[in-house]
Design a protein around this ligand. Sequence first.
Ligand SMILES: *Cc1c(COP(=O)(O)O)cnc(C)c1O
Length: 346
Amino acid sequence: MYWGGGPKVQRFEQAFADLLGKKHCFFHSSGSSALITALFATECGPRRPVVIGSSGFVAAINAVYHNRARPVFLATDPQTLQATDVGYEQVEDQPAALVLTHFLGNLVDVPRIASAVAADRVIEDAGQAHGARLDGVLAGSMSDIGSFAGSHKKLVTAGQGGSNVTDDAVLHARMRMVGHHGKASRSVGEVPGYNFRGGEMEAVLAFHAMQRLDERVAARQSTASAVETVLGEAGVTVARTLGPRAQPAWFDVALILPEEWRSHRDWLVRALKAENVPVATYPSLIEMPWVKPWMRAEGWWSDREEDLLTAERDLWGRVVVLGAQLTPQDGARCATVITDLLTGQR
Ligand SMILES: *Cc1c(COP(=O)(O)O)cnc(C)c1O
């Protein structure tokens, strides 16, 4: 039972695959390990291009590094804060994979970017977007592999966990192999793998969290709209969706600060934390301090990357996010503190 997942893991995997309308699900120990096996399954390493949005959670770029692939970053749309194919130029080699994150529980335009990039495989990081929909289709089900995280703040939380779904039996087998010490059978390690299997207790938590997904998405949506109402009345810009096509499952509400606040953003975050407002900042993925030295050493850093780094820093340096894991009342209270600080009333 242990090696193939115990009965509780198998029950969750079946239920989660059914929810997403997919044939297979592999329950992992974390969202990060799920992204690593997903990329491994695409055979992107070593050194093959993986096109990846610079908008996302750090686990996605970490997974590219650990698969020894070459990242090719996509810019972030300044209104939605999601990856965009605008400005994307094809590199010489055919991309092995495209990795797109539905960041902050908002929706990235997977079909559009997938057709522009034409990578061999598409992976969606839906770690913050369980239950979100684009054109009526669930996040994580519009690509070759949908990858989900399951830590405490996620919508289908397992305490710690992660899940990959796919229709492709070969991708599924490769994910399981690398996440199970590299073993395709009971004894032989085919590749240097890991133990990334999710546990029984975590699967029980995930299974029960999943039963309440609709309720939890609705709760986050109502908190997000309570926050947006207060911010909107004060003229604060928040990240937009792709319009009527998108039904987000807001993980965070992102504020895009006016230009004059740029150099005061970190002060604002400290002031808000002092008022117990749960805000955070996210550098974009190309900004991670180890990325440029690594890509330079590999010969993958050109003027294009330098320009993108400048533009992404510029944009994400004006972003502050407020977690949507609050009641609508608390969300509105937090938004009032934010607007009071921005308008000098506090
Ligand atoms: C949380 C998260 C992850 C990583 O999950 P862990 O379980 O923390 O490893 C990956 N992607 C996104 C979008 C996430 O929010």
